[in-house]
Design a protein. Structure first.
Length: 171
């Protein structure tokens, strides 16, 4: 008898001949590669155990780095308009302007475009040089030491199934 968890994993479904052959071909092909090409120089298959492993450097995701928050601090401190240039009217028109390219801003843009259609003009304003908000790793250098902290992804796991809307967004 198959448990609900096994069914969730798909273990109640038959494996097609094609899937079996593809899996076997992958295993045989990997076995024929030299050891270093499969497992790297440390003998470990896990990328995080490889020398020089640093996803933010590889992907350019550095988190809250210098240059990403000074403007907001200047606005907070009331010094922004002393050094800011004069606003220029670009005469651009948008159906929606979103402040923040984190998961909430990106979700808002996604769902708005879904309802308004592909011709909807959406402007997303973001103070970082990449999107994702807190849903990425943040790096800070404090006291000469590199400090790492994951952002919003800390809470992305759910003990219950996601709602249909959330699951669709994540997919």
């Amino acid at each position: 008898m198959t448990s609900s968890y096994e069914r969730y994993l798909g273990m109640d479904r038959p494996i097609t001949r094609r899937d079996f052959m593809n899996g076997a071909a992958m295993a045989i092909g990997a076995a024929m590669l030299p050891h270093g090409q499969v497992f790297g120089t440390t003998g470990s298959a896990e990328p995080q155990n490889q020398a020089g492993y640093d996803p933010p450097v590889k992907d350019g995701l550095r988190g809250s780095h210098p240059g990403s928050f000074e403007v907001a601090h200047n606005l907070r401190d009331g010094t922004f308009w002393k050094t800011a240039g004069k606003p220029v009217d670009t005469e651009e028109m948008y159906d929606l302007v979103i402040v923040g390219g984190g998961i909430s801003g990106l979700a808002a843009a996604y769902f708005f475009r879904e309802k308004a259609g592909p011709s909807a003009r959406i402007l997303i304003l973001e103070n970082h040089d990449d999107f994702g908000g807190h849903a990425k790793r943040n790096e800070f250098h404090l006291g000469g030491k590199l400090q790492l902290l994951n952002g919003g992804t800390l809470l992305i796991d759910s003990p219950n199934p996601y709602s249909a809307v959330t699951a669709r967004l994540l997919k």
